[in-house]
Design a protein around this ligand. Structure first.
Ligand SMILES: [Zn+2]
Length: 137
């Protein structure tokens, strides 16, 4: 179900809690909401739809996926400076991102996955995982 976007900075600044199987509907809502905003948005974190759980939805080279309880287990030495925008606030802000990351997460079937991402998909994941930490760029 497409959800309203949360723009409450106080809520968005909270650290997200671990998600459980009971939160699978939240992951589905997040995918639906991201799909709805696809034209102007490449990723979304659950707190952006008002749920303080560790779930993100991102556009990757293999299409749109949800990641539950994602954890970055490897970061490349190589970083780069870029600018990012966000549906939660106006304008673009400067950030430093790792070029390559390896992420452990649970998929929609609650199966453990480990995947390596580079460049733009890696950047989207880092941005959304910042949201889970309550960090707004
Ligand atoms: Zn954002």
């Amino acid at each position: 179900m497409i959800k309203e976007l949360c723009k409450d900075i106080l809520f968005l600044s909270k650290k997200a809690e671990d998600a459980t199987k009971n939160d699978l509907q939240v992951a589905q809502d997040l995918l639906d909401t991201l799909k709805h905003h696809e034209a102007g948005c490449v990723g979304m974190a659950a707190n952006m739809i008002g749920v303080n759980k560790k779930i993100i939805a991102v556009c990757t080279n293999d299409g749109m996926i949800a990641m539950i309880n994602p954890k970055i287990v490897y970061k490349s030495d190589e970083t780069y400076e870029t600018e990012e925008g966000c549906l939660c606030h106006e304008g673009a802000r400067p950030v430093t991102r790792y070029k390559k990351i390896k992420v452990e997460y649970l998929n929609m079937k609650f199966q453990h996955k480990t995947k390596t991402f580079t460049d733009f998909p890696a950047q989207i994941i880092q941005h959304e995982m910042d949201h889970l930490e309550g960090i707004l760029i």
